[in-house]
Write a protein that binds this ligand. Structure first.
Ligand SMILES: Cc1cc2nc3c(=O)[nH]c(=O)nc-3n(C[C@H](O)[C@H](O)[C@H](O)COP(=O)(O)O)c2cc1C
Length: 213
């Protein structure tokens, strides 16, 4: 049997750094663009991000603290989730800096705003894919005692999708070619997906199939 490091969270992890985010990794990055009520753009990466439903498509990101992105979505009811990819990693990272409220990080980090069709926020022209989303709900997270965690989960329904045709191969979005980047491990760790790191495995349709050697 393997030797296990066990801890009750209430007692502390007893390690140099909290392993939680290294265990729940890698996490996709929602590169969230919004506008405020005056129409001023905002852009920031969120790795507490994922898809939770595909019919209809629903995504969510969580903000640790009530940040500009959440406030903008609450004000406008809209956001865009842009795909963060290897070629845009530096810009993604720079867009996380605490820019003054109202300053558009997209332009500030050298990216090109492109218009969306159903929401006012711009998408990133250089990104291989962008999801236009309408707000479903903002959920303030509480812990087991009912105390506030100061974390806000923003759920949005995807109402329109942009895909750079360069990444459409025979009608399929080529994730390996797009090379999305994901948060992994500790402070500075990332994973990039590429065709070399992808593999195929078909899901068993029956228990008999699952038990075949
Ligand atoms: C890769 C990456 C992932 C991040 N993920 C989150 C996250 O999930 N939640 C969060 O609150 N902040 C996250 N941040 C920090 C925010 O991007 C940062 O606080 C940003 O300034 C927020 O901008 P805003 O106030 O314009 O929304 C992340 C930063 C990076 C670089």
């Amino acid at each position: 049997m393997s030797d296990t490091h066990f801890y009750n969270v209430a007692d502390g992890h007893g390690l140099p750094h909290d392993p939680f985010k290294a265990i729940v990794a890698p996490r996709p990055i929602g590169w969230i663009s919004t506008v405020d009520c005056q129409g001023r753009g905002n852009l920031a990466p969120y790795s507490f991000f994922n898809a939770f439903c595909d019919a209809p498509p629903i995504v969510a990101f969580a903000s640790s603290g009530y940040k500009d992105s959440v406030r903008n979505v609450e004000e406008t009811g809209e956001f865009v989730a842009n795909l963060a990819v290897r070629s845009l990693a530096a810009q993604m990272n720079r867009s996380a800096a605490p820019f003054p409220q109202g300053e558009d990080e997209m332009r500030a980090v050298g990216l090109t705003p492109a218009p969306c069709r159903q929401v006012r926020a711009s998408r990133i022209a250089e990104s291989p894919a962008a999801l236009e989303c309408r707000l479903l709900r903002i959920l303030p997270l509480e812990d087991l005692t009912g105390a506030s965690t100061d974390t806000w989960v923003v759920f949005g329904q995807v109402v329109a999708v942009h895909i750079d045709k360069t990444f459409l191969k025979e009608g399929l979005f080529d994730t390996g070619a797009a090379q999305p980047i994901l948060r992994a491990g500790y402070l500075a760790d990332y994973v990039a997906v590429g065709s070399d790191t992808m593999f195929q495995m078909r899901r068993p349709r029956t228990a008999e199939e699952a038990l075949k050697p």
